[in-house]
Design a binder for this molecule. Structure first.
Ligand code: ADP
Length: 205
């Protein structure tokens, strides 16, 4: 197994379609998409960990770093054991982690970041609207309340945006997330397909 997982980070504010695009990429052979939001939402809400997740996410806060990174390392390891994620063949597309500088430091031992894709959207109103619609559709308690959405945004600005400075500036590339999902996907593929091909040229399915 490679010493560190070769990784592309999907980065961006809440509501910027990271998850939608990440999921699509994850269906293409040679890519493994991992979203920490999905990881947390799979936990039984009545378990100890589930209660911690509910406590923080319902307020729009981040789950503490130690808990998050521990659960991330255990879950990714489980995906490897089950051969769902094959680090020798798959480029890891990480979505939703690292979300603090401390998490970025802790993850350095586990991941080799090749590119940071910063999805941007100038239209804040559209992003709010998207979060609210998703909350109704997916029954998400963190985005149902406008106050919580606004708080998630301030948490992003204060704790997550500084993560960009953890990586060399030439590692980061911005993609405009406004537009049809297919066009955003095309821009993403322009970046990740060559990376996947360069690092995993012996891919055989
Ligand atoms: P988004 O709508 O921004 O994509 P997610 O689905 O990624 O939100 O995450 C939902 C919630 O899960 C967050 O509000 C947070 O409480 C928790 N969470 C997800 N990833 C992390 C992380 N890396 N560190 C701490 N908390 C996290």
């Amino acid at each position: 197994m490679p010493s560190r997982y070769k990784t592309v980070l999907l980065f961006g504010a809440p509501g910027v379609v990271k998850g939608t695009q990440g999921k699509i990429l994850g269906t293409i052979p040679g890519f493994f998409h991992f979203a920490t939001g999905d990881m947390f939402r799979q936990i039984d809400i009545s378990s100890d960990l589930g209660k911690i997740f509910y406590e923080y996410s319902s307020r729009g806060e981040l789950v503490p770093d130690e808990v998050t990174v521990k659960m991330w390392t255990e879950t990714i390891h489980a995906h490897c054991i089950l051969h769902e994620y094959k680090p020798r063949h798959d480029l890891l597309i990480l979505d939703g982690i690292p979300r603090t500088v401390e998490q970025a430091q802790m993850l350095d031992a586990h991941i080799e970041v090749i590119k940071v894709i910063h999805l941007i959207c100038d239209d804040q109103k559209a992003m709010f609207e998207r979060l609210r619609r998703r909350a109704l559709k997916e029954n998400r308690f963190d985005d149902a309340d406008e106050k919580v959405i606004r708080h998630r945004w301030s948490v992003y600005e204060a704790q997550t945006r500084p993560v960009l400075d953890h990586y060399p500036s030439d590692m980061t590339i911005e993609i405009n997330s406004v537009g049809s999902p297919a066009l955003v996907l095309r821009d993403l593929l322009d970046i990740v397909a060559p990376i996947q091909n360069q690092h995993f040229s012996a891919y055989e399915g």
